[in-house]
Design a binder for this molecule. Sequence first.
Ligand code: FES
Ligand code: FES
Length: 216
Amino acid sequence: MEDTQSKFPTLEVTRRTLIETGATALVLSSLPRGALAAGSDQAELSQVSIDLRVNGNLHHLTLDPRTTLLDALREHLALTGSKKGCDHGQCGACTVLVEGRRINSCLTLAAMHDGHSITTIEGLAFGQDLHPMQAAFVEHDGFQCGYCTSGQICSAVGMLAESRGGMPSYVTADLTRPAAKLSDDEIRERMSGNICRCAAYPNIVAAIKQALGEQI
Ligand code: FES
Ligand code: FES
């Protein structure tokens, strides 16, 4: 009888190889063109060159393609206002605005934002004048230790833009009518991705309501 096993060797796919292959494919597929340099037979990962416009200033960066946007801002541009709380997308301390939309910068690769405009907490103020959201947080004591605050403020600015754009939330009662006025429940739900270990939530909601009144 013919030995079929020797003809068709068993392909061993373990859970580990599956996860590793998937993770590699995810990283490679997210890189801009030019991030891969052809080797002899195999493509090798190399440095990637990108342009980021951060707070109005253009930066040309050459990075390991695995660098997160948060690390690019903090470690390469010395913009340490955005905080690393969990590095897993769970706390919101790293929230920045990319093309006006809030994003957890720890969960995205810098290489995915080549050519994008990014606003961090350092870029919200107008010269010496605080952004109205910053001023409202100061006025209402929307913080204690302050570690979550830059993420809270950037998130709140992005959240108000979403709301004004008619984006509903999980607690929006009437989806046909965008909320013109955000209730406390709406604000809490829309800000639920930003955790405050000091539990300054009532003051944060008060600050956002004041800023909302100022029509940012
Ligand atoms: Fe990004 Fe916590 S550091 S969500
Ligand atoms: Fe301390 Fe929010 S002010 S974690």
